[in-house]
Design a protein around this ligand. Structure first.
Ligand code: NAP
Length: 315
């Protein structure tokens, strides 16, 4: 009888031992994947690494050698997800359309601009509530980087640009975007899409700061994002442009012109006059091409001219 009991106890101990060891593989792999710390293990002798494992199964197993004190489950720590799309200048003409395009693809969208959320009286469409609007000046990434954790951003689309004096144009088209490119690059953002502009080859004194600024930002982008930097160079962009409470229907001119020039690709390659024969593009096409460039690794880094924007954005 005593011998039988000893055999039973022996079997039980072997079973407990097996359980401890077989669960160690499970735990080690979870810990390795999650990077979470293992639960605390105390032991009369030095605790074998495997003993922490049993704790992950939620059991409190005691044996002569090992005591597992904390029987808490090791939750796989959520990997830092880069899922957000950051639209710089998301409340502007191109920016609002880029935000809508991204939302239609169920992407979480954050927009940053100095004025933040568009006034309700101006844009009262429901999509506005689905964007996270952040107020910030692109020149001061150190201020908005805390509000927008760039570590969670997978791609940036910059729609920031503008007109003014030569100095102002150089600043907003060039320096502002360079600051954003550098902040994004430092934070490990994978793709950066820059809405630049077609250079019509105007005399150098016309819009000098504008084109110089765009060019310097383009160069910085290709340097900092050699594998994920996409530059869009549209000419005239048409659609409904909101100015205050007014909607300006730029398509009244843009759409017929686009239709007229849509087959002018060979002529658009002519020196000097060629760029004037580039068709205007719909704002929705620019937005679609920008979002696709931001999320699709199949879009190669480099420049998308008007024809490429249409090819990517029209369908
Ligand atoms: N529209 C066209 O026909 C056309 C053609 C070719 C190229 N592009 C280029 O496409 C881009 C978008 O054009 P768009 O017509 O959409 O321009 P837009 O309507 O004037 O939008 C510019 C955006 O930039 C934001 N912004 C300006 N300064 C900023 C700053 N310091 N910090 C943060 N945000 C700032 C503005 O918002 P806040 O004022 O609230 O800051 C606004 O959201 C521009 O780079 C433009 O050069 C446009």
């Amino acid at each position: 009888m005593a011998a039988r009991t000893r055999i039973k106890q022996g079997l039980l101990q072997t079973l407990v031992h097996q359980l401890c060891h077989s669960s160690s593989y499970y735990s080690a792999s979870v810990v390795a994947r999650s990077g979470a710390s293992a639960t605390r293990v105390s032991s009369s002798a030095a605790a074998p690494a495997s003993s922490s494992a049993s704790s992950t199964l939620g059991s409190s197993i005691q044996s002569e050698k090992t005591v597992v004190e904390a029987a808490q489950a090791v939750e796989p720590k959520a990997a830092l997800e880069r899922s957000k799309l950051l639209v710089l200048g998301g409340n502007g003409f191109v920016g609002t359309h880029a935000c809508q395009e991204a939302l239609s693809r169920h992407l979480p969208v954050v927009s940053m601009s100095r004025s933040g959320r568009p006034a309700a009286t101006v844009h009262d469409d429901p999509w506005i509530n689905n964007v996270t609007w952040v107020r910030g000046d692109i020149f001061h990434p150190e201020r908005w980087k805390d509000t927008i954790p760039l570590e969670e951003v997978s791609a940036v689309i910059s729609c920031v640009g503008g007109f003014g004096s030569d100095e102002q144009m150089l600043k907003i088209n060039g320096e502002a975007n360079i600051a954003a490119i550098n902040a994004a690059s430092k934070s490990g953002v994978k793709r950066f899409v820059f809405i630049s502009a077609l250079d019509y080859g105007l005399p150098s004194f016309v819009l000098r700061g504008y084109y110089k600024g765009k060019k310097s930002a383009e160069e910085e982008l290709l340097r900092k994002f050699p594998y994920g930097g996409v530059i869009l160079r549209p000419g005239f962009i048409h659609g409904n442009r909101q100015v205050g409470s007014l909607k300006i229907p730029l398509s009244a001119i843009g759409a017929p012109l686009e239709m007229l020039l849509k087959n002018a690709k060979p002529a658009s390659r002519l020196p000097l006059v060629g760029n004037f024969l580039m068709p205007p593009v719909k704002v929705t096409s620019v937005a679609r091409a920008a979002v696709r460039s931001a999320i699709d690794n199949a879009v190669p880094p480099g420049v998308l001219d008007v024809w490429s924007i249409k090819r990517l954005g029209d369908h």
